[in-house]
Design a protein around this ligand. Structure first.
Ligand code: IPD
Length: 273
């Protein structure tokens, strides 16, 4: 990886991201309090997008454009808004991760904003817009929440692990994910499905979950939360040496990673639709 230009550190990128993400979380919260409008479906009938998802994304893109005009932004709702110049930063944004929770008023939805340089995520912030809780991380600078440096769990035994996961919106994918889970749940302490991948990854960073895995996540779901988990000491990767991506994201303390990884391979967790 090229070094980030000396004038631009990961900490500086985080400093830019933080107020932008806070304003975004405030907009999401305010729009929910006023009314949820324009609920449309995307990939399937259960995959929803609200006016707030779009408004928050537009707001973040505008703020980032005025702060750093040359940067690219990859967002969940509008895709790539601008091709980054070579050597430029790309921001990766989920305006509201946990849109179904947002729709129902379950207090588990978040703004997730990461800065990537040369294909490597170097700074990230995740804000639970319902509660205001914030998680931040910079590459090599640790993961933090409310002034406290985070450490992931020290669990080593899969049978004692509390494992988070999530499901895609496509019925065929869910059928496979459900079948995998049916065989995994007897091998772990228990399973949790909270409904916002970015917050799940922060929960691994904080040790509130021992581990997490999911197939089908997009970069905006895992970029910022993945950095939080990594900087808190967890291993965040795909299966068989692959980077975290659409096929699989696994986040776990290093001693737990291999047993969970191997069990997921055995269950063909990255397979199916
Ligand atoms: C979804 C959430 C959910 C996960 C899904 C994601 P969205 O993101 O993170 O927890 O299971 O795979 O698509 O659609 O609410 O932004």
């Amino acid at each position: 990886m090229n070094e980030i230009p000396a004038a631009l550190t990961a900490e500086e990128l985080l400093k830019i991201a933080l107020p932008v993400a806070r304003e975004a979380a405030a907009t999401a919260r305010r729009m929910r309090a006023e009314a949820i409008t324009d609920v449309e479906t995307k990939s399937t009938l259960t995959d929803v997008v609200t006016a707030a998802d779009r408004a928050v994304e537009r707001q973040v893109i505008n703020s980032l454009r005025s702060a750093r005009p040359g940067d690219g932004v990859l967002g969940e709702e509008y895709g790539d808004s601008a091709e980054p110049e070579p050597g430029a930063v790309r921001w990766i944004l989920d305006p509201i991760d946990g849109t179904v929770n947002y729709l129902y008023g379950l207090p588990q939805y978040a703004v997730s904003l990461a800065a990537e340089f040369d294909g490597v995520v170097v700074a990230g912030v995740v804000i639970n817009a319902a509660t205001g809780d914030e998680w931040t991380a910079t590459r090599g600078g640790g993961a933090w929440r409310a002034g406290r440096r985070l450490r992931c769990s020290e669990r080593t035994d899969l049978s004692q692990a509390l494992v988070g996961t999530g499901f895609g919106y496509d019925a065929k994918r869910r059928a496979h994910q459900g079948a995998v889970l049916a065989r995994l749940i007897t091998k772990v302490r228990d399973i949790r499905r909270f409904g916002a991948a970015a917050l799940d990854l922060c929960a691994v960073g904080e040790g509130l979950l021992d581990a997490y895995f999911e197939k089908g996540l997009n970069p905006w779901d895992h970029a910022a939360g993945g950095l939080v988990a990594t900087e808190a000491g967890a291993t965040v990767a795909g299966l068989a040496g692959a980077p975290p991506g659409l096929d699989m994201v696994v986040a776990a303390p290093s001693a737990l990673f291999t047993p969970l990884h191997d069990r997921l391979v055995e269950l063909d967790a990255a397979g199916g639709a």
